[in-house]
Design a protein around this ligand. Structure first.
Ligand code: MG
Ligand code: MG
Length: 248
């Protein structure tokens, strides 16, 4: 069942979203060659706790950390570690927080130092595809209008969208119905209504869309080991324009 949020519930989600956005900004500004993903995780965790919120990924299905930190060929669900980021890498950072029983979820991929042109384009197109998707998150549209718009933008630019992982409804839980794929034909799925809240999150690969999971049972990598990027916002459908909840 897709739950519609009341104004009061949306206000709590805005609070959670603001904490997530702040944590991402904090982590983003600490990304540089020489830093470890474990250091980034600690920064995010202190930031979230200092604001009276709870790191929502820690313990979720047994995940051990506050952020998912997925460099280069890692698509999503990378576990923060002593891995040192190097010039030319990219790092996807995914953060979730809960406050007053409501959740926010957002991700960005950032360059470490200087990246090559193809990699820069991957980041640009993936971020654009998120906003192209958000533009479709309006009352009266169908859910797959979002999916289709994301896929079209990505593939028009020569990249591929991951099929095995998708966006999701969010609110009182991190993952609610419906699933929000980043691919598919337009005009399908539930009709979007004011009060729905969705985490829209294109995962975009430089090469094949196929992915595999590492033996740690968490880390998702591209099958061809080429780079992958991930951008995500928690968005509310309103009677007017879509409202991005995970922003400062
Ligand atoms: Mg996320
Ligand atoms: Mg998500």
């Amino acid at each position: 069942m897709i739950t519609l949020k009341t104004d009061k519930e949306l206000a709590y989600m805005r609070d959670a979203g603001r904490v997530v956005a702040g944590a991402l900004k904090e982590v983003d500004s600490a990304v540089k060659p020489g830093v470890t993903t474990a250091e980034l995780d600690r920064l995010a965790e202190s930031f979230i706790i200092a604001r009276g919120a709870r790191p929502a990924f820690k313990g979720l299905y047994g995940f051990p950390s506050t952020i998912c930190a997925s460099p280069n060929e890692q698509v999503v669900h990378g576990i923060p570690s002593l891995r040192v980021l190097e010039n030319g890498d990219i790092i996807s950072i995914d953060v979730g927080a809960e406050i007053n029983g409501f959740f926010g979820d957002s991700a960005v991929t950032v360059p470490v130092g200087e990246v090559d042109d193809d990699t820069g384009l991957l980041l640009k197109v993936t971020e654009e595809s998120l906003y192209v998707g958000i533009t479709q998150a309006v009352e009266g549209n169908r859910l797959s209008d979002i999916s289709h718009a994301v896929q079209k933008h990505v593939e028009n630019n020569g990249f591929s969208v991951v099929r095995d992982y998708v966006g999701h409804g969010i609110g009182r839980s991190m993952h609610e119905e419906p699933q929000v794929p980043n691919f598919g034909r337009a005009g399908r799925g539930p009709r979007l209504q004011a009060g729905m809240t969705l985490a829209i999150e294109p995962m975009v690969n430089m090469g094949t869309h196929e992915v595999a999971t590492l033996p740690d049972n968490w880390t998702v990598v591209t099958k061809d080991m080429k780079k992958s990027a991930h951008f995500e916002h928690t968005v509310a459908i309103t009677e007017d324009k879509p409202e991005i909840l995970t922003r400062l």
